[in-house]
Ligand binder design. Structure first.
Ligand SMILES: Nc1ncnc2c1ncn2[C@@H]1O[C@H](COP(=O)(O)OP(=O)(O)OP(=O)(O)O)[C@@H](O)[C@H]1O
Ligand SMILES: [Mg+2]
Length: 282
């Protein structure tokens, strides 16, 4: 079979050319990295779970009117997404103190923040993705003030929605990272959409009762089986059958079986109608 052209290979995903120029295929790898690539391992089953969880959350967010790049799942490791121009900013939303926030400001991990905090990091691996302010973003032309306003509004909405969704299944959304991208319409109008992935690789999710960490911190801090934590999240979301933690091939098979065709078809139908969100500027 002729292989598609690879556009980019990152730490967690590979991007291939899609069937038409406005689309790309995201392939979810089993590679786990932390500390800007210093720690690296291959963890069987991770890519499949992230693909499934991200497709599910993106579809849910579309359902509440947040435009995303997601078109449909292709198979258990790949999804078709709109090709976007990625805004070089990582948008981090925090509800509870953890990770670099604790290190930087001397906070105790687990402290509930007085209100959700939105932070921006410049996406530049060579510089270790430094924390930046809104003025940096505008001054250096990474995004303009209109885009920033739209990004912040969407980030708050995503947080409200996902915090509620996870709290309903006994999980606390401690923090997460979003990426946004630009798409131009037929008349040159600009749309912003949520891009990349939303998965336990870039969300901190704790069991609300026990505070057990179920996300990538298991890998960063050697807390235990990463895939076990990710499966637990997928199970609570209803994406894989309950009970019995599976490994490698068995896990792939189960996730494949549970791929929800209706969800995909609905997402595709919506996309065929075009993006219905208001444009942010001409
Ligand atoms: N819809 C999209 N169109 C174009 N690029 C995208 C889209 N969604 C995500 N990307 C980009 O594809 C790459 C995904 O790969 P991966 O997550 O492996 O990157 P990474 O190693 O984490 O590197 P980075 O620091 O660039 O995120 C990221 O650079 C991301 O910004
Ligand atoms: Mg990434």
């Amino acid at each position: 079979m002729a292989r598609r052209k690879k556009i980019y290979e990152g730490k967690a995903k590979i991007l291939y050319e899609g069937p038409d120029p406005n689309t790309v295929i995201q392939y979810f790898k089993d590679d786990a990295t932390a500390f800007n690539g210093v720690k690296h391992d291959i963890i069987a089953g991770k890519g499949v779970l992230n693909n499934r969880i991200s497709a599910h959350l993106m579809t849910k967010l579309e359902g509440i009117g947040i435009p995303t790049h997601f078109i449909r799942s292709i198979n258990m490791r790949e999804q078709l997404v709109r090709s976007v121009e990625i805004i070089p900013i990582e948008v981090v939303v925090r509800n509870v103190a953890a990770g670099s926030l604790c290190k930087r400001l001397g906070l105790k991990e687990g402290e509930l923040l007085f209100k959700p905090l939105v932070e921006y990091y410049y996406k530049k691996d060579e510089l270790g993705d430094p924390l930046v302010g809104e003025d940096h973003i505008v001054t250096f032309g990474w995004a303009d003030p209109y885009e920033l306003e739209a990004i912040e509004t969407m980030a708050w909405r995503v947080n409200d929605y996902l915090s509620g969704l996870f709290s309903g299944i006994g999980l606390t959304l401690v923090d997460f990272k979003l990426e946004f991208g630009r798409i131009w319409g037929e008349y040159g109008e600009l749309y912003l959409v949520l891009a990349d992935e939303i998965s336990p690789d870039n969300c901190r999710l704790w069991d609300s009762k026990t505070k057990e960490k179920l996300d990538k911190d298991r890998f960063r801090q050697d807390l235990g089986d990463l895939v076990e934590g990710y499966q637990f999240i997928a199970e609570r979301l209803g994406l894989i059958p309950e009970g019995g933690i599976l490994k490698g091939g068995d896990l792939n098979e189960k996730v494949l079986q549970s791929l929800d065709q209706i969800e995909n078809e609905l997402a595709e139908k919506r996309k065929l109608k075009g993006i219905t969100q208001p444009k942010i500027r001409k």
